[in-house]
Design a binder for this molecule. Structure first.
Ligand code: NAD
Ligand code: UDP
Length: 330
């Protein structure tokens, strides 16, 4: 296959590009590197079947050659990233998704949308299966991401129903692993960076809110299975191992052997109280199951961060300086 991966220079996109290249597919990565990094894909240029095009997919993009599948991963994903870029986030979820659906249509290609557990908002049903419609504040600060992804799902299914495009929607739950930016503001990267730098771990709220954490290799196996299938979805992909934020902090301190304290900060607006996927659909329709425990995955992630002491120092300073602030920048 020749697969176009938007957001291929980001955390998940770069792992997806790599997995596809390793099994012999050709990959064209489309990225504007707003939150991605060229280093994430530097090693992929060794594959002759890898191309990278600098492009904002919210604008008109010309993609040369035949495409068999489009995996649309372009979008800021970390709350501080999308809160800083509200209009760009709405644009890439709406115009960007439409542009990539048209690219799939022109090529008679399968279209895979990277949607999110955020479509469930602050869920009133627990755990969340795909039939739950969600509880999203449409005008809160997080809506720029949540509603963009909800629109992206709607327009994807509209193209499927009205134009016959082969589409698949995955709802990705919190995923972590190597290549996260130390100061991207997400909880796993922040806690590991802070623990390794000897800085206090910043807990938002009382730390009793939960997330369910999936290791990146597991997630990518699920994405590839979805890409190869004809399943429309939506399909939840995530690891149902649910932890409170406080439990995660304790685990990171234990795994790093850090003597850092924890420090409490106000909870950001509309921060979901709890989140855990029901993954029966992924199990039954894709034969997919997560295999890496939170302990194993965090250990691997800590090892990767340990190999980058300069990034840790810079990242910890950036977090301390408030660059991960959840306050929207006008
Ligand atoms: P990331 O920020 O590391 O990657 C996003 C990539 O998209 C970056 O390389 C960025 O430069 C690129 N991008 C953003 N806007 C673009 C545009 N207009 N044109 C071209 N490229 C653009 O984030 P990630 O964690 O790798 O997330 C990737 C996708 O997966 C996102 O769509 C996100 O919503 C989804 N997702 C991720 C998670 C998670 O836990 N990591 C959870 C749910 C959903
Ligand atoms: N969080 C935290 N400290 C941090 C970063 C995040 O306590 O330094 C909390 C955040 O408020 C949320 C949870 O950790 O309750 C997960 O946050 P993340 O940004 O990783 O993912 P999302 O909120 O998008 O699920």
């Amino acid at each position: 296959m020749r697969v176009a991966v938007t957001g291929g220079g980001g955390f998940l996109g770069s792992h997806l590009c790599e997995a596809l290249l390793r099994r012999g597919d050709a990959v064209i990565c489309l990225d504007d590197f707003t939150t991605g990094k060229p280093e994430n894909i530097a090693h992929l240029h060794d594959f002759p079947e890898f191309e990278c095009v600098l492009a904002d997919v919210s604008e008109a993009v010309h993609v040369p050659g035949r495409i068999d599948a489009v995996a649309h991963f372009a979008s800021p994903a970390s709350p501080p990233d999308y809160l800083r870029r509200p209009l760009q986030t709405l644009a890439v979820g709406s115009r960007g998704t439409e542009n990539m659906l048209r690219l799939a249509e022109q090529n008679n290609a399968r279209f895979l949308l990277a949607s999110t557990s955020e479509v469930y908002g602050d869920p009133l049903v627990h755990p969340q299966d795909e039939d739950y419609w969600g509880n999203v504040n449409p005008i809160g600060p997080r809506s720029v991401y949540d509603e963009a992804k909800r629109y992206a799902e709607a327009v994807t299914l509209a193209f499927h129903r009205s134009r016959g495009i082969d589409v698949g929607i995955v709802r990705i739950f919190n995923t972590y692993g190597p290549r996260m930016r130390p100061h991207d503001g997400r909880v796993v990267s922040s806690f590991i960076t802070q623990a390794l730098a000897g800085e206090p771990l910043t807990i938002y709220g009382d730390g009793k809110q939960t997330r369910s954490f999936c290791y990146v290799d597991d997630l990518i196996r699920g994405i590839v299975a979805m890409l190869d299938s004809s399943v429309t979805g939506p399909v939840n992909i995530g690891n149902p191992e649910e932890r409170t934020v406080l439990e995660l902090a304790e685990l990171v301190l234990e795994l790093t052997g850090s003597l850092s304290d924890v420090q409490y900060h106000p909870l950001p607006a509309d921060d979901p109280t709890r989140r855990r996927p029901v993954i029966t659909r992924a199990q039954e329709q894709l034969g997919w199951n997560p295999e890496v425990s939170v302990e194993q995955g965090l250990r691997r992630t800590v090892d990767w961060f340990l190999g980058r002491p300069e990034d840790i120092a810079v990242g910890a300073a950036a977090i301390r300086g408030g660059q991960q602030d959840t306050v929207p920048v006008p």
